[in-house]
Design a binder for this molecule. Structure first.
Ligand SMILES: [Fe+2]
Length: 324
């Protein structure tokens, strides 16, 4: 035996001989293997077994592997499980379809040992990495929550800030990855304030110039925290640039107009509106109308993207209509 792998693989194949051959290869390599003849509700079976990978035959009497794969990939409970489709028929249409529905690999029967193990090892490593990143993100979320609690934040609407950011992102038809980055930024934009002493962050009166300079550092610290997380690099960019101004008078880089990353432009409007309409220990919340009026003043001052603020105002009026 090459090594002991703790991963579990579900092999779904109606053909007993080919299933056995696959199971042998995998078991010999140290994997835990579960077998299925491919009958009944295979998504439910996958949820129950929760394997690290699924080998799925395409042609089975009760189920079509392509359709099952599609259902697995759209179900949040199974979407992250890698699926290798296996078939005796090497037709172009099935190959194309398998890519379209998000299958992770496509292999021909009879399966070659080296080929199969190379794919399986790689996909399981990829899954482990994704799980690890997810765990790190969970830890970061908890830290972000703790930071929010520290400032006693109380978002005025019934939506949390990240839900609010998601709603505006959807309104702007952002792509799913961009939408995720925006939601992440909503959760983490304050993370850089960890480096700023409580005496300054919680100070009731006016900050001195040197204290203001220190507070400005939060964008750099926040970006630095996200730098090692390559899957969330865009979040770091949003955090770095969310205090830039359209006319170049913002910080930290004094970017002008479209030089400011698009998601940072969107985020800063959400952030300003949230800050204005929220109660804080040092100030009361203003109404939605007043917050929009302040944003429009900032447009006149040259600080914000006029088109984007107009779209935001439309979005808010749509939200208000939906509520009434
Ligand atoms: Fe900020």
């Amino acid at each position: 035996m090459a090594q002991t792998n703790t991963a579990t693989i579900l092999v779904i194949d109606d053909h007993p001989y080919s299933r056995l051959a696959t199971v042998d290869i995998l078991k010999f390599d140290g994997y835990e293997v579960l077998e299925s003849e491919g009958n009944g509700d295979l998504v439910a079976e996958a949820i129950k077994c929760n394997p690290d990978l699924i080998l799925l035959d395409i042609m089975m009497p009760e189920n079509n592997g392509l359709e099952v794969c599609q259902r697995l990939k759209i179900n949040p409970q199974t979407a992250l499980i890698p699926v290798i489709l296996i078939t005796v028929l090497d037709d172009q249409a099935s190959r194309l379809k398998s890519r379209e529905i998000g299958a992770d690999a496509f292999l021909l029967k009879p399966l070659e040992r080296v080929d199969l193990l190379a794919r399986v090892d790689l996909l399981i490593q990829k899954k482990r990495l994704a799980e690890w990143v997810e765990q790190i993100e969970q830890v970061l979320l908890l830290i972000a929550q703790t930071i929010e609690d520290r400032f006693d934040k109380n978002f005025a609407s019934e939506l949390s800030f990240s839900q609010f950011a998601e709603a505006f992102g959807k309104y702007l038809h952002l792509s799913p990855p961009a939408l995720q980055d925006l939601v992440f930024a909503a959760r983490f934009h304050d993370i850089g304030t960890l480096a700023i002493p409580d005496a300054i962050m919680l100070k009731k009166g006016e900050l001195t110039e040197s204290e203001k300079e220190l507070v400005k550092q939060h964008v750099l610290v926040g970006e630095k925290i996200f730098q090692p997380l390559s899957s969330r690099r865009e979040v770091g960019r949003i955090i770095r640039h969310h205090h830039e101004r359209w006319d170049g008078s913002g910080y930290p880089d004094g970017l002008v107009g479209e030089q400011i990353p698009w998601l940072a432009q969107i985020f800063q409007i959400l952030d300003i509106y949230d800050a204005l309409t929220s109660d804080r220990s040092y100030k009361d919340a203003v109404s939605s109308e007043n917050a929009l009026a302040i944003l429009n003043q900032e447009v006149e001052q040259g600080w914000r993207n006029p088109d984007l603020v107009a779209k935001f105002a439309d979005f808010i009026s749509q939200q208000t209509q939906n509520k009434s």
